[in-house]
Write a protein that binds this ligand. Structure first.
Ligand SMILES: CC(C)(COP(=O)(O)OP(=O)(O)OC[C@H]1O[C@@H](n2cnc3c(N)ncnc32)[C@H](O)[C@@H]1OP(=O)(O)O)[C@@H](O)C(=O)NCCC(=O)NCCS
Length: 175
């Protein structure tokens, strides 16, 4: 249903077009980027993604040829651990299973080729679509960090979730 290819700077404008405003930018990537997501920030992100420290993908639908999603894993090689982030599905493509299909491929890469033992992530607690998606993939909540961001006059808390390779291979590996 989806294939992955490496993210490059040429994908930057498309990625930026999928993010409507500062609240969406914070929801997507936390405080890493400043609104608006401009060429300089995209170039830095693409440059980091070309190093072994970060692996970043575009997901595309081989049926239509269209790009439908984006995700990234920051690698801590010493700990054989990765931080999944920047998870995004094109607004017009949401609710059709692309998020799940994309992350299944990302996890297969992370636990397979990248040989990681553990993946963790942070997600805002009110982002229930994303939390449900991660839970379906086997992620469990380790802790909640209360009031980590103030956004549009509201306090946002962040859930820290993780998935061990042993749990993933026992429950989710295809075949
Ligand atoms: C969170 C996000 C990545 C989810 O992507 P998505 O493609 O909509 O996710 P999915 O389609 O796989 O799952 C969403 C729902 O659609 C349902 N769905 C509909 N059609 C489906 C199909 N054909 N196959 C599988 N699931 C389908 C899923 O069951 C799921 O329902 P549920 O949430 O009630 O359990 C997307 O909403 C997004 O980009 N949000 C903005 C950025 C963001 O919040 N990123 C996460 C930061 S931590």
């Amino acid at each position: 249903m989806v294939e992955l290819r490496d993210f490059t700077l040429a994908d930057g404008r498309l990625l930026a077009a999928w993010i409507d405003g500062p609240v969406e930018l914070m929801t997507w990537a936390g405080p890493t980027f400043d609104w608006p997501l401009n060429d300089r920030q995209l170039a830095e992100y693409a440059a980091e993604s070309a190093t072994p420290r970060r692996h970043t993908w575009m997901a595309w639908d081989p049926g239509s040829g269209e790009a439908v999603g984006h995700a990234s894993v920051r690698v801590d090689a010493a700990l054989a651990s990765g931080r999944l982030g920047r998870v995004l599905v094109a607004p017009q493509a949401r609710g059709r299973g692309y998020g799940a299909a994309m992350l299944e491929r990302v996890l297969a890469s992370a636990f397979g080729e990248l040989d990681l033992e553990r993946i963790d992530l942070g997600v805002f607690t009110h982002n229930t679509n994303a939390v449900r998606l991660y839970e379906r993939l086997g992620f469990v909540c380790d802790r909640v960090l209360p009031d980590v961001e103030q956004v549009a006059g509201k306090s946002w808390s962040a859930m820290q979730m993780s998935l061990q390779r042993s749990a993933w291979s026992a429950g989710a590996a295809p075949g």
